[in-house]
Structures are given as structure tokens and as C-alpha cells.
Design a binder for this molecule. Sequence first.
Ligand SMILES: Nc1ccn([C@@H]2O[C@H](COP(=O)(O)O)[C@@H](O)[C@H]2O)c(=O)n1
Ligand SMILES: C[C@@]1(CO)OP(=O)(O)OP(=O)(O)OC[C@H]1O
Length: 161
Amino acid sequence: MSGQIRIGQGFDVHAFGDGDHVMLGGVRVPHDRGVLAHSDGDVVIHALCDAILGALALGDIGRHFPPSDPRWKDADSRMFLRHCAALAGERGWTLGNADLTVVCERPKVGPHAEAMRANLAADLGADIGAVSVKATTSEKLGFTGRGEGIAALAVVLLTRA
Ligand SMILES: Nc1ccn([C@@H]2O[C@H](COP(=O)(O)O)[C@@H](O)[C@H]2O)c(=O)n1
Ligand SMILES: C[C@@]1(CO)OP(=O)(O)OP(=O)(O)OC[C@H]1O
């Protein structure tokens, strides 16, 4: 294979707080808690942005969208993702695939995984078959197990001819 490849990984956590939903992969998932965040607190998208930025060696999401900047207050994280996808595209990189794991006891992610994949694939300009969304509990262990917060991990592969 004569093309180039790049791999990137991302991880994000948000604490639960008051609220009635969490945003996951751009999907509004009903829940008895919300998350504490400057933006809409979408851990899936934040981890995915960091994976893309990592593959590009362009820092992290906080460098591009500082939490101190009032422009990003309550921001729709899909805008962050489209920005990161554009940075990759401008440099000639195409998504090979993205694999995401959400870690929480609740809410159940499975029923929303297909809608999340569709949103993420649209924002990445990728085929939905290249975007995977999985979930696991942490078997009641740690901060996710105690229901204190939600975490997400992302791995991406970028390709360039
Ligand atoms: N928030 C979650 C957590 C898990 N799932 C689904 O349940 C399966 C079993 O989870 P374990 O942690 O007990 O292995 C998991 O494979 C997911 O399919 C979920 O949808 N949402
Ligand atoms: C998304 C940003 C935007 O200000 O803030 P938060 O929503 O707090 O999310 P986090 O993952 O903690 O940090 C990254 C920031 O760029």
C-alpha cells in the first residue's frame, strides 16, 4: 500500500448534574440527570474530536474551542466535529474508520447507537459503515459505576493517497 495512514485516540469525561437528558453523538438521550459542561457536554463527540486532532497532531479540543470562550457556552458539539473533519479534509486526510465506546451504567446507549452513527457519519462526510458506536457499563466500579459521570473513548484511522 503506497498511501499514508494516521491513527488517533481520544477520551472524555463529564460529571452528571441536574437535567433531563444527555447529548450523545448528537442525539438527545432522555435521562434523569444532565451533564456539567461548558458546551452541550457531548462526551462522544468530544472524544472523537480529540481522536481526529490527535491523528493530525493538532492539539486537543480545548485548544481549538477553549472552555473560557463564551462563544462555546451551550454550543452544539456537532459544530466542533465538523470543524475537526474540515481540518482533516483540508490536509488531504479521509476517514478510514472511527470506533467509539461509551462507558456508563445508564442511560442505555444501544437503542440510540444507530442515530448516533448516522449523525457522526454525516458530520465526518463518511459512510455510516465506517463509524462504530459501542457501550459498556463498568460493572458498578469507579466513577462511572457509581453513576457520577459518563466517559467515552474514540479511535480513528485517517488515510491519505
Ligand atoms: N450504558 C450502556 C451500557 C451497556 N449497554 C449494552 O449492554 C451490554 C452489556 O454491558 P456490560 O457492561 O454488562 O458488558 C453492552 O455490550 C451494550 O450492548 C448499553 O447499551 N448502554
Ligand atoms: C467542549 C469544550 C468547549 O469549550 O468544553 P466542555 O463542554 O466543558 O467539554 P470538555 O470536554 O470538558 O472540554 C473541551 C472544550 O473545548
